[in-house]
Design a protein around this ligand. Structure first.
Ligand code: ZN
Ligand code: ZN
Length: 442
């Protein structure tokens, strides 16, 4: 019977020995970026690696997800390691696909490198018989909430219930056999140092908006028209007038775009489309801001005597991390990079669907350095793969050992102390309750 420390060093040795293979995997994905629910090549690469490692798996989950598992020597809880498959679309990124504009400007390719690293380390080191429980390896689709129209189409065709990968996997029951979930995201923020723990994230809802007016000759008879672009303009101004009512602590973000401004220049615009996210730190804050945005949208339609169709779609829930898991990861991070290189995260106003997972089970979402540039920008690149792939793979594998060694005593303790915010059923009911369609005639 080996001690936890012996198991950890065996795993880390194996991860070091295979670091080239993990980094090569990440770099291959960097060269083949695919946005959410289109990660065909990326998911095939993961499946290939699972085959090589002898990990039984299922693929095609939520279209492109791949889920495998390795068993310990005894029965016990299941800890999942997640890696996100999807890229963004940033056409001027140096690694962008020239045809689709897809690019890894959020570092998710590094996450797949880590996922494979944890699997390699745990399997090849031979530590699994000393663990109680299972380790699930989940390559998950579509973390970035983009291409809403394309995903709406998949939704209408019955291929998706939700437009994000993890919510869809929760709905499909792929988290039913998972007790604890963890992943590590890359960061380019120097304050995060080499590895960072802690932090919360905003949640969000997504809105698709259509202003409907009446077209008429823009020069000869504009008085016969109803100008939908003017309705949108008033709605945008009305949204801005709400900002002074948002509480600083709620970190509300509303950032609309116009995706269609009219059809032809010599006719009064009669069909104008907008999209926006409404983000906030708590569900209450999101609900409050969302009602104000709806009011502002109706105001636009009212002013011109037009119509507005508002579709509100469930987005992502705010992230809440389990303190026990954070502490385990933090101690492992310190042993890898030293205390002065471990950062502590505050609240982030972006969003992630790991927030959804964190509502139904203990979850962990730390950060690994090694990236440079602005997140989601054309200059976001992984500069140091040792920091971005190898270190976090070790930190996660070590945390798995903390949880599942010694008859999974620590995992059982985490699960005993943790009070999930929602059951899966409550989560699904809540998400479905967010879906709303409204038509308002001004
Ligand atoms: Zn991102
Ligand atoms: Zn990301």
């Amino acid at each position: 019977m080996s001690t936890k420390e012996e198991l950890k060093s065996a795993v880390c040795r194996e991860i070091d020995r295979h670091s080239d293979e993990m980094i090569a995997m990440a770099q291959t994905i960097l060269e083949n970026p695919e946005p959410g629910f289109r990660e065909i090549k990326t998911s095939r690469l993961v499946a290939q690696k699972f085959n090589e490692l002898g990990i039984p798996y299922r693929d095609g989950l939520a279209i492109t997800g791949v889920k495998g598992a390795a068993r310990g020597g005894n029965e016990g809880p299941t800890v999942a390691i997640l890696g996100e498959l999807d890229s963004l679309i940033v056409p001027d990124h140096p690694k962008a696909d020239p045809e689709t504009g897809a690019a890894h400007a959020c570092g998710h390719h590094a996450q797949i490198g880590m996922l494979i690293g944890v699997a390699l380390g745990l399997i090849k080191s031979g530590v699994l018989p000393s663990l109680a429980g299972r380790v699930a390896f989940m390559a998950v689709p579509a973390e970035e909430y983009i291409e809403v129209e394309f995903r709406e189409k998949l939704h209408k065709e019955g291929k998706l219930s939700f437009l994000g990968g993890k919510p869809e996997l929760i709905k499909l029951g792929e988290f039913d056999d998972i007790d604890i979930a963890m992943m590590t995201h890359t960061t380019s923020n120097p304050e995060d140092r080499k590895l960072a723990v802690g932090g919360t994230n905003n949640g969000l809802v997504v809105k698709q908006i259509q202003f409907i007016g009446q077209s008429a000759h823009a020069g000869a008879m504009p008085h016969k028209g109803i100008n939908a672009l003017n309705a949108a303009m008033i709605a945008l101004s009305a949204i801005h007038t709400q900002r002074e009512t948002f509480k600083d602590d709620d970190t509300v973000r509303v950032h609309p775009i116009i995706t269609k401004g009219g059809d032809v220049v010599n006719a009064v615009p009669a069909d104008v489309r907008m999209e926006t996210f409404v983000r906030g730190k708590t569900l209450e804050a999101i609900k409050d801001a969302n009602e104000k945005v709806d009011r502002a949208l109706r105001a636009g339609a009212l002013a011109v005597g037009g119509k507005v169709r508002i579709t509100t779609l469930p987005g992502y829930l705010n992230l809440m991390q389990d303190p026990e898991l954070q502490e385990l990861y933090r101690l492992n991070a310190i042993s890898l990079v030293g205390e002065e290189e471990v950062g502590q995260r505050g609240h982030r106003t972006g969003s992630t669907d790991m927030g959804d997972v964190s509502h139904i089970m203990p979850a962990l979402h730390p950060y690994a350095g090694g990236a440079v540039g602005i997140s989601h920008g054309s200059d976001y690149l992984i500069q140091d793969y040792q920091l971005a792939v190898v270190n976090p793979a070790k930190a996660m594998a070590m945390t798995v050992i903390d949880l599942l060694a010694e008859d999974a005593a620590k995992a059982k303790e985490v699960l005993n102390k943790h009070k999930p915010h929602m059951t899966k059923q409550e989560y699904l009911t809540f998400m479905e309750s967010l879906l709303r369609e409204e038509e308002y005639q001004g």
